[in-house]
Design a protein around this ligand. Structure first.
Ligand code: ATP
Ligand code: ATP
Ligand code: MG
Ligand code: MG
Ligand code: MG
Ligand code: MG
Length: 237
């Protein structure tokens, strides 16, 4: 097949290489998981099975690429994989990194589904799929700030979602009423509403919900305060 007269079309291909000597972030995110989670009756706001399935899928990606990955962080339907500055994985080709990470993740998500949702078969008309992007971060500070950004996002979203759903479930508010009640409130107000009106102390919520999940290169899954531990996490990188 080599050297046919058609082969010139290869010249139209481009291979974008990510900047050398920069940290590479690959972030994947579930496509329309708001609908997907409804379709499979995920518990609101946090379905433990779904989070554990995300973690198990991401863990297999980390283990496959453990020599190049520093760590991974996940929340909701997204996962961030942080790749070493010096990595030459796939010659730093953007398409290769982005597509191989997301397809390996998705393959695992589908293959492991039955383990986490044994009572619910995946319906081929409603299959999970994910988008993916690569971003280069020029130094340690920006990659640390990236991770802190995702961590703080987890906290803000989880606090909001926890109060929102408790107001609906426990206080019988409509989604619209719950939204209006929370409009303009600060974190401390939300914690107070949760405590006084729903009888829930936010501090006692599961760590995985509040803090997201961090996967080390060894494959350990931790639920820690990323902002507090950020320097230790990148020790040696
Ligand atoms: P897009 O395709 O633009 O990413 P999306 O519907 O996936 O759209 P996201 O902003 O990614 O929107 O939000 C993911 C949504 O998936 C959450 O808002 C939530 O409704 C749902 N979801 C994800 N994980 C869980 C979970 N473990 N438990 C319950 N719901 C979840
Ligand atoms: P890379 O990761 O670089 O793509 P590769 O091993 O996938 O490496 P390809 O050039 O993509 O290399 O070739 C795919 C190979 O997969 C074929 O050479 C063949 O050995 C095998 N293969 C693919 N489809 C089939 C099939 N239907 N039947 C038998 N072998 C197959
Ligand atoms: Mg999105
Ligand atoms: Mg999504
Ligand atoms: Mg998302
Ligand atoms: Mg191939």
């Amino acid at each position: 097949m080599a050297n046919s007269r058609f082969e010139y079309v290869r010249q139209f291909e481009t291979h974008e290489k990510l900047l050398p000597d920069t940290y590479i972030l690959v972030r994947i995110d579930g496509k329309k998981f708001h609908d997907f989670s409804k379709c499979y009756d995920f518990e609101k706001p946090n379905d433990v099975r779904a989070l554990k399935l995300m973690n198990a899928s991401a863990k297999n990606v980390v283990l496959q690429y453990r020599n190049d990955i520093i760590l991974a962080f996940g929340e909701s339907d997204e996962y961030s994989f942080i790749i070493k500055r010096q990595s030459v994985l796939y010659n730093r080709r953007k398409d290769k990194l982005s597509t191989l990470f997301v397809s390996l993740f998705t393959a695992n998500y589908v293959a492991l589904w039955d383990k986490f949702f044994p009572e619910r078969k995946l319906d081929y008309k409603h299959l999970p799929f994910f988008d993916s992007r690569c971003v280069c971060y020029p130094n340690l500070q920006t990659i640390k700030d990236y991770l802190c950004w995702r961590f703080v996002d987890t906290h803000i979203n989880n606090l909001y979602n926890t109060v929102f759903w408790q107001l609906i479930i426990k206080c019988r508010l409509t989604p619209r009423e719950a939204e209006q009640k929370l409009c303009g409130t600060l974190s401390s107000d939300k914690q107070e509403i949760l405590f006084s009106e729903c009888g829930i102390n936010y501090n006692n919520e599961p760590e995985m919900f509040k803090k997201g999940s961090l996967i080390t290169r060894k494959g350990d899954i931790l639920h820690i305060d990323v902002v507090k531990e950020i320097d230790e996490l990148f020790d040696g990188f």
